[in-house]
Design a protein around this ligand. Sequence first.
Ligand code: FE2
Ligand code: FE2
Length: 285
Amino acid sequence: MRAAVLRLVTPIVWRVPGHGARKLYGFARAEQGSRIDLLHAAHRTDAPARRVLYLRHALDETRHAQMFWRRSTDLRLAAGRDPFPPPVADTERLFERLGELRFLAFVHRGERRGRQQFERYAAHFSARGDVRTRALFEAILVDEQRHESYTRALLVELAGSERAARRELQRAALWEAWRTWRRAGRTLATAVYTLAMIAIYLVAGAVVLTSAIFGRRDRRAASWHLPTSAAAAAPAIAASPATSPAATLAAAPVAAGTLSDAVPAASRQAAMATAAAPPGTREVP
Ligand SMILES: [Fe+2]
Ligand SMILES: [Fe+2]
């Protein structure tokens, strides 16, 4: 199934403009990650013979990371683009988390998968006449085949039998599936969260904008304001300091249909009475 999918998508993915350099750079980072895992394994294992094998493996992966990065850089420069930075990878501390037996099963599965993938790519670039990329995959394949075979031999040795090794490989496959599902879940949750936040900001922005526009209109309609004729007389009234508030109200050119429209008659009379009353006799509201 996996081989069939690989055969189907390989010609497509490598023809996408700019994708080749990105994919090679992705391999460089993966190799860098393997290198770190194997250095940890070499540091942690209690068997000197396996330490030597892990260190040699780590050196191979270091070289592969460099080779993939160099080819990626060539393709980027040929396309007139800046190369990617030196590959950097994180470690998941797999040796400590899984233990040596499960770690070996995990590494063996990865090596087998990588070998199958690189064989397909070497054939693809051979058919396309891309000698340099084909040579790159073929050179790395020699190491990957050795990695695949020595990790299998060590797995059988540590598990105690071929049957126990197969069981361990199945458990490693389950663990990998669980890890993939969790990673996919994290990616999906991040995407959903981002979309939800964008939706909330857009809706909240629309609500605030709408209430600002309509609220201003409502306030303007409900506020008290002088009709045009009264507003024209207001500066003259204000400029007369001797005029009492009552006189001011009485003197304002209140014509039928002007101020009387804005202020009810009862309110106007109350205001005039309050203003005319002597100090100390006004009611405190
Ligand atoms: Fe490698
Ligand atoms: Fe490898």
